[in-house]
Design a protein around this ligand. Structure first.
Ligand code: IPE
Ligand code: IPE
Ligand code: MG
Length: 257
């Protein structure tokens, strides 16, 4: 079966008092571009291009819905194992996205942050990412975190290295290493953990995304391919989140429902 957009069939999201509030931080694993294209007899690259349009819609909708932080998984540390032509296409799309959309994102009050390993990226891409962060650093409407060349295990390893270096310099004792301390060394140390992680395409796994920060995230798996994702699909995921009971290991839900 070819999953399709929910827009014709889904009910509209209406906030209700007493349920989980709008999540502060939503993270999305934007998956299924290739299958979206294959299902239509199109090259995978076309799926990636249409995926950028879904991203534009989603950033706009997230800002309108009052989400504070939107994190998107754009390219994983493991995606280098794809064919060279597909990698070139994905790198080109990132370049074009920043060149074409940065001014509009800035105008809309979007603060752009980038997480992942910068070493190994083309110098011009690194410059574009830095430029996007620099230009938008004081914006406050919504923070868009772009996970690019990102892997959660690699992020945790980088954090562990920073802690080890501090121990080696004698700045902290090994006994002082706590989960809270490690969290301060992660790429998203200053942002809240994701309340909600959405994955499109029907796959039900994290694929090395935000493993540390996902400890108590609600997971919503959406059976549509990323290029079909839209405001209604986001609203439906938020509605699902609202119904969830978050207990954080305790016995009482944090917010009633
Ligand atoms: C998501 O779509 C985009 C990236 C991972 C870069 P995919 O390219 O993974 O599409 P499928 O999963 O093969 O359909
Ligand atoms: C996860 O999707 C990475 C991104 C969405 C950028 P993948 O398509 O790479 O994940 P797997 O390989 O199906 O687990
Ligand atoms: Mg995929």
């Amino acid at each position: 079966m070819v999953p399709r957009s929910t827009s014709e069939v889904a009910p509209t999201f209406t906030p209700a008092a007493g349920d989980n509030p709008v999540p502060r931080h939503v993270a999305i694993i934007m998956d299924g571009n290739g299958r979206w294209a294959s299902a239509r007899g199109l090259p995978r690259a076309e799926g990636h291009r249409r995926g950028v349009e879904a991203l534009r819609r989603t950033v706009r909708a997230a800002g309108e819905l009052g989400i504070e932080v939107l994190t998107i998984f754009s390219f994983s540390a493991e995606n280098w194992s794809r064919p060279a032509a597909e990698i070139t296409e994905l790198m080109g799309l990132l370049r074009r996205f920043i060149r074409n959309d940065l001014a509009e994102l800035h105008g809309a009050g979007v603060r752009v942050r980038v997480i992942g390993e910068r070493n190994g990226l083309d110098p011009d891409i690194r410059r574009l990412l830095e430029e996007a962060e620099e230009l938008t650093r004081d914006n406050a409407r919504i923070t868009l975190v772009v996970a690019f060349n990102y892997g959660a295990r690699q992020e945790i390893a980088r954090a562990a290295r920073r802690v080890a270096e501090a121990v080696a310099r004698g700045e902290i004792a090994p006994e002082a290493i706590t989960a809270e301390l490690i969290a301060t060394k992660l790429d998203l140390a200053d942002l809240p953990d994701p309340d909600l992680i959405i994955r499109t395409s029907g796959e039900q796994r994290l694929s090395n995304f935000l493993l540390w920060q996902a400890a108590y995230s609600e997971l919503v798996f959406v059976p549509i391919f990323w290029p079909d994702f839209d405001r209604v699909a986001l609203e439906n995921a938020l509605a699902e989140y609202r119904r969830r009971e978050r207990r954080f290991g305790g016995l009482v839900a944090r917010t009633g429902s």
